[in-house]
Design a binder for this molecule. Structure first.
Ligand code: HEM
Length: 499
């Protein structure tokens, strides 16, 4: 009696298991290198994981699985699969893995870059879109940014007069920091010379260094409690110092009767309406600095490096600028960018070879999924290797050469706004970089000003280097930087009275 009762249930279970087994058989096992016990494949990452993973993907294919300590990582190396993850299955990959460093001061609970795509994240994205990055908002900050560019040119001119070389990374970093701090709260954050502003520059540099460090606690969360490398502690110190600076700026703003047309003013009005807390505001400001400064300055440094390696391209870019600005106008206006297709092609080509974020990262929402015929584990971290895609010879002719002309070819009408998955330096899908419109303006006007007003010579210990001798080795961190900072001697092209 009991048996007949259970018989239908048992046969249902057997059918279900067979069905599942067959389904699994049809899905081939996810390819990838064999993992060692405990460490998995960590030893295969090396100091330049973007390069090691590109080499591994040539063996294991465009979707491969690695075990990094306790973490399941899935590496994507083709535009088609990048589209699957970032656009088609966007909903199932809602967040990013919070690293131990981002947990300092509970930053990951407030951060637009760390929060999963829920209601708080949507609110922060909407504020960024409406109050900071919309065209009218960006236009409102033009004057302040123009003043920052004049300062950059003044600094480079002084280096010319003193016959001193310019540390292009440092100059671009200070300029980016100020362009962003002015867009956020109408204040200069740093200076090119010595002085008290060096402290702020040091804090932002230090924070980026710790956030980009390899941390064993990220791969073995059980040791995270001990913070063995002190990374969470250091991140907390830098964040705390930056938060204190923000507190000072917010307090002064609240006491001032003058109203400013910037992001902080808009955020404080939301605080009044209790839509945001002071912590929300400070963590958002921190995110915007961290996400926006090094990416922008690093891009400017790579562009200048490639231009100095390729004097013919530098001279073409210069001729185009001259034809639009003439000899008398020193500064490129943001509204001039659309008239400079060659400069835009130079920027795109730099993004292809040197994307500041080598990987776009996502975390699976907890449910196993099937992508490209392979299983992606439920809690996997997915890394789209855009550095590898940018150098893939199946996509690009002469992939290692710097050839901006490829983007002038009418057959390659490609932008960087997240629709052409062969080139996604700003990511794609709903987590695409919210600051791309500001970055687009900053990068073009900085490079435009440096190229239009000066010729450049790269020297090493006083010896002039030929183009091909200019170093292009990379350093992996929070963003992909040049290993050796570019130092170059500027030569004034026109005699003008100041900028
Ligand atoms: C050349 C400059 C820049 C590059 C190449 C760049 C690139 C990126 C990339 C690849 C992402 C990840 C997108 C994704 O996961 O799909 C990102 C996210 C982000 N970027 Fe940018 N970025 C730049 C400048 C900026 C600037 C100037 C700001 C703001 C001032 C900014 C703010 C952010 C923020 C807040 C996020 C996190 C968005 C989220 O998770 O919802 N970025 N950026």
């Amino acid at each position: 009696m009991e048996f007949t009762y259970f018989l239908p249930l048992i046969s249902l279970c057997i059918t279900f298991s067979c069905f599942n087994l067959l389904r699994r058989r049809r899905r081939s096992p996810t390819p990838g290198p064999y993992p060692f016990p405990i460490i998995g494949n960590i030893h295969q990452l090396g100091p330049k994981p973007h390069q090691s993973l590109t080499s591994l993907s040539k063996i294991h294919g465009p979707l491969m699985h690695l075990k990094l300590g306790t973490i399941h990582a899935v590496i994507i190396s083709s535009p088609e699969l990048a589209r699957e993850i970032l656009q088609r299955h966007d909903q199932s990959f809602p967040g990013r893995m919070a690293t131990a460093a981002t947990k300092a001061l509970r930053h990951h609970l407030f951060s637009v870059a760390c929060l999963p795509a829920g209601s708080q994240w949507r609110l922060l994205r909407r504020l960024c879109r409406e109050e900071m990055f919309s065209p009218p908002r960006l236009d409102a900050g033009r004057k302040l940014r123009r003043r920052n560019l004049q300062k950059l040119l003044g600094y480079v001119e002084k280096c010319c007069d003193d016959r001193k070389s310019v540390d292009v990374n440092e100059a671009a970093f200070v300029t980016s920091l100020n362009l962003i701090s002015n867009t956020l709260f109408s204040v200069d954050f740093a200076d090119y010379g010595e002085g008290s502003s060096q402290e702020l520059k040091g804090i932002v540099h230090g924070l980026m260094r710790v956030l980009g460090s390899f941390n064993v606690a990220d791969y073995f969360p059980i040791v995270g409690v001990f913070d063995p490398q002190g990374i969470e502690r250091d991140a907390g110190r830098y964040m705390g110092r930056l938060m204190a600076v923000f507190d000072g700026i917010i307090d002064r703003r609240k006491e001032s009767p003058e109203k400013k047309d910037d992001l902080l003013e808009a955020l404080l009005s939301r605080e009044k309406e209790s839509e945001l807390s002071r912590d929300d505001i400070k963590h958002l400001l921190l995110d915007l600095f961290v996400a926006g400064t090094e990416t922008t300055s690093g891009t400017v440094e790579w562009i200048m490096t490639e231009l100095m390696r390729n004097p013919c391209i530098l001279s073409k870019a210069n001729s185009e600028l001259q034809s639009i600005l003439g000899q008398n106008k020193a500064l490129l206006e943001e509204s001039d960018i659309s008239k400079l297709p060659y400069l835009q092609a130079v920027v795109k080509e730099t993004f292809r070879l040197h994307p500041p974020g080598a990987f776009i990262s996502r975390q699976k929402d907890g449910d196993e999924a099937e992508i490209g015929g392979h299983v992606v584990p439920g809690n996997a971290v997915v890394l789209v290797n855009i550095w590898g895609i940018g150098r893939d010879s199946r996509i690009w002719g002469n992939p290692d050469e710097f050839e901006p002309e490829r983007f002038l070819n009418e057959n390659i009408v490609m932008d960087v706004k997240g629709q052409d998955f062969e080139l996604i330096p700003f990511g794609a899908g709903r987590r695409i970089c919210p600051g791309q419109a500001l970055a687009h303006r900053m990068v073009h006007v900085m490079v435009g000003a440096l190229v239009h007003n000066f010729d450049w010579k790269v020297e090493n210990d006083g010896m002039k280097l030929n183009g091909e001798e200019v170093d292009v080795s990379e350093k992996f961190g929070l963003s992909l930087q040049k290993a050796l900072p570019l130092k170059a001697m500027p030569i004034k092209l026109y005699d003008r009275e100041g900028y």
